[in-house]
Ligand binder design. Structure first.
Ligand SMILES: *Cc1c(COP(=O)(O)O)cnc(C)c1O
Length: 288
């Protein structure tokens, strides 16, 4: 498990495992070049890992095709990072046929420090626990320890009870509003934000033409530091994230230091997007 955990937070974090990373290339539109996939797999491929939706660009990756190709070519574990997908559309992990699917509570209206790991039962049973603590052993003596069954084997230590009850409430909330309704609203906001931003001739939207959800990532021509834009927006009460979004390889690909990223959730409104656009105009007047 530790190998998998280490691997999927991205290329920068593989340390001490002797793993070699082979990266699926991306094109100018932020679309993964899955035609290249067959050349990346070999019999030594241990883990195939991809995010379902890019947190930097909002691009929805074709995980169904990636999983099918991986299954055909390797016996590797397939790990999908769904932190940006679970809040925005309905998932069927069994239909996807991935081995693991992970996402965070705090991206879907739940508190920080909560999250979900889905894994195929047989694999979870065969893997060793990745850390130790209370409630995860079946029997213990100085000679021998046996571990508890699923899910306790992976839930070492006193759990975050309050957080997880809140995660359950967040999922109830999403189901109550309806994932389809949320998706429709967010996609309308995204489409509106992109159209309004692109009316300004100094805006570059990244992955503009790709299928996306959840975020619009952009820069202002003549403004090199995205956090300066973020500061002006913040003063107007508009919260965006700026910088490299933990995806420096993507920033290098576009030859930029960072982007301004506006993200959309069920509670956002079209008026708020108008305010964002006002703020962007102000930032351009002040900074460009
Ligand atoms: C936020 C995020 C993570 C990290 O999740 P945390 O629960 O915040 O550690 C990983 N992958 C993606 C795609 C994310 O958006």
């Amino acid at each position: 498990m530790s190998t998998i955990r280490t691997l999927f937070h991205g290329s920068c974090c593989v340390r001490g495992q002797g793993a070699k990373l082979r990266v699926i290339p991306m094109d100018e539109n932020g679309v993964l070049q899955i035609g290249e996939l067959d050349t990346l797999f070999n019999e030594r491929t241990k883990v195939v890992s991809v995010n379902h939706v890019s947190n930097a660009l909002g691009v929805v990756n074709p995980v169904e095709e990636i999983i099918a190709k991986a299954r055909k070519n390797t016996s590797a574990y397939i790990v999908i990072d769904g932190a940006q997908a679970a809040p925005h559309f309905t998932l069927d992990v069994q239909k996807l046929d991935c081995d693991f699917y992970v996402f965070s509570g705090h991206k879907m209206y739940a508190p920080m420090g909560t999250g979900i790991l889905y894994g195929k039962q047989q694999i979870l049973e065969s893997l060793p626990p990745f850390h130790g603590g209370g409630e995860m052993i079946a029997t213990c003596s100085f000679e021998r320890t046996t571990y508890a069954g699923l899910p306790f084997k992976y839930e070492a230590g006193t759990p975050n009870v309050g957080g997880n009850i809140a995660l359950g409430a967040a999922i109830d909330f999403i189901e109550q509003v309806g994932q389809e309704n949320i998706q429709q609203h967010e996609n309308a906001l995204l489409e509106y934000a992109q159209r309004k931003l692109l009316e300004l001739d100094y805006i570059k939207v990244y992955a503009e033409k790709a299928v996306r959800t959840g975020v619009v990532s952009f820069n202002l021509e003549g403004v090199g530091i995205s956090s300066d834009v973020g500061m002006i927006l913040d003063k107007m009460g508009v919260a965006v994230r700026t910088g490299h979004h933990c995806t420096q390889p993507i920033m290098s690909f576009f030859n930029i230091a960072g982007t301004v990223r506006a993200s959309f959730a069920v509670y956002n409104t079209f008026e708020e997007i108008d305010l964002l656009v006002e703020g962007v105009k102000k930032a351009h007047r002040m900074l460009a």
